[in-house]
Write a protein that binds this ligand. Sequence first.
Ligand code: AFP
Length: 278
Amino acid sequence: MNEIFDAIKEVCIEIKNALAFEETNYTQNTNSTGDTQLALDVKCDLMIQKKFSKLKCIKQIISEEKEEPMDMHENGEYIVAYDPLDGSSLVDVNLSVGSIFGIYKSEVGAKNLLASVYVVFGPRVELVIAHEEAKLYRLDKNEEFKFIKTIKLNKKGKHNAPGGTQKHWEKKHKKLIDEIFQDGYRLRYSGGMVPDLHQILLKGGGLFSYPATSDNKKGKLRMLFEVFPFAFVFEKAGGEAIDGKQRLLELTPRHIHDTSPCFFGSTEEIKRVRKTYE
Ligand code: AFP
């Protein structure tokens, strides 16, 4: 597994450089969930594919930017599902974006998730590896990742990141979010899942939500590439991650690009979500 972590550390330096200088033009193509692909999305996907193709321990890769899984090494024991550049639509407005990886044993599925990694490309490049614990690393001037700290969430936070188009929210969801703001929580939502969740993790807690909406009954965020890896991080950091009722890491996608409503937070906030959605 460490060689996969090392490969991710290497490739995200290439992605950092591509983000700084590459054009942000769109291609003619759309990915499996209908997003028009940026040339950068495709470029980052190919960088990761090339890097993982050299690791004999990887049996298969599944990318948000690819229609189907791609076989790598027959005797490999791991499947890596990844979102090469999450929040890519924010690059041309110079906001933080990220990459997300889920490392699965033998076959994909929440119960086979062994570890997850996400990278934040912001003023600094930071990387979180969740295995036994959730650990934060930061890229230093020698382009090496230095360990910073083990991430531990408080029982209750003060930040609220409410996703989804508000006019399509269910009434009960709007009531939940309004009450949380009434209790003095601050709005922290950039439209990039990686920096938004990173802020809640590093600031000790709060709530990120992307619910089912009237225009998106199954939510927007993808289980294998986005939802499961972050659910793993939040649980390792002492928080919780649910779909409103059930632990996200108990869900089983029927298709590799399936999405799910999702709520990530510290325990007090998730308790409020459960009460709303019971
Ligand atoms: P893009 O990758 O298309 O920029 O979408 C980003 C994202 O998948 C996730 O990072 C955000 O939390 C969410 O979508 C933002 O969705 P809304 O634009 O509907 O708020």
